[in-house]
Design a protein around this ligand. Structure first.
Ligand SMILES: CC(C)(COP(=O)(O)OP(=O)(O)OC[C@H]1O[C@@H](n2cnc3c(N)ncnc32)[C@H](O)[C@@H]1OP(=O)(O)O)[C@@H](O)C(=O)NCCC(=O)NCCS
Length: 171
């Protein structure tokens, strides 16, 4: 599927919960796989959403086709002491490259603008090259922080070396 789709971007409503569970499960499964880990089942997403995603500091947006039907994407912004972070952005796999991710990102930017802010921070796994390109093409080209971690014992992924700032990293 590749033609553009008209969507309304609106705030999450409880009626979206079941579909959101699937989108959230797909989001975390996708990222776990990039780290060589197993999937996140939708039942676990059902606990993550109320526990970690629907908070006073969060703003959860969903994309709904104008022609009707279930939501096909979501994003969540978090206000952390006045700085806004894009924590997740996800479009259903069979609805990608139709402009939905751009519409969600624009709505997130408009939300923070309405709060008097212009800077939205986001992090993306370097292996997720489609998403890295997506953000850089939309102006997110300042490498702002470097997030580092140690290798987890259950990771089974072959990493590439990266020389940067005179140091050797793996990604
Ligand atoms: C990143 C993501 C939200 C983009 O959503 P989308 O609805 O496909 O975005 P759009 O249709 O608005 O734009 C996609 C752009 O990527 C390009 N593209 C080309 N091939 C692509 C591919 N295989 N996959 C994704 N994008 C591709 C499109 O042509 C378009 O290019 P443009 O930048 O010149 O406009 C979506 O790919 C996604 O949900 N990915 C999985 C979750 C994720 O990685 N989230 C980001 C990390 S938090």
């Amino acid at each position: 599927m590749s033609s553009r789709i008209a969507v309304n971007i609106r705030e999450y409503d409880v009626k979206d919960f079941v579909v959101l569970c699937h989108l959230v499960a797909d989001f975390f499964t996708f990222h776990r796989r990039l780290q060589g880990r197993g999937p996140l089942p939708p039942e676990e997403a059902a606990t993550i959403i109320p526990r970690d995603m629907i908070r006073e500091s969060s703003y959860l947006l969903v994309a709904e086709p104008q022609e009707g039907g279930d939501i096909i994407g979501f994003c969540r912004i978090e206000d952390h002491e006045g700085a806004f972070f894009l924590r997740e952005i996800m479009v259903a796999e069979n609805q990608r490259i139709r402009g939905v991710g751009t519409a969600l990102l624009k709505a997130a930017e408009e939300h923070i603008k309405a709060k008097g802010r212009s800077n939205l921070y986001l992090s993306v796994v370097p292996y997720n090259i489609d998403a890295v390109r997506f953000f850089v093409r939309r102006g997110y080209n300042i490498l702002n922080t470097i997030e580092l971690r140690m290798e987890a014992p259950d990771e089974k992924i072959q990493r590439k070396p990266l020389h940067f700032l005179g140091l050797q990293f793996r990604y």
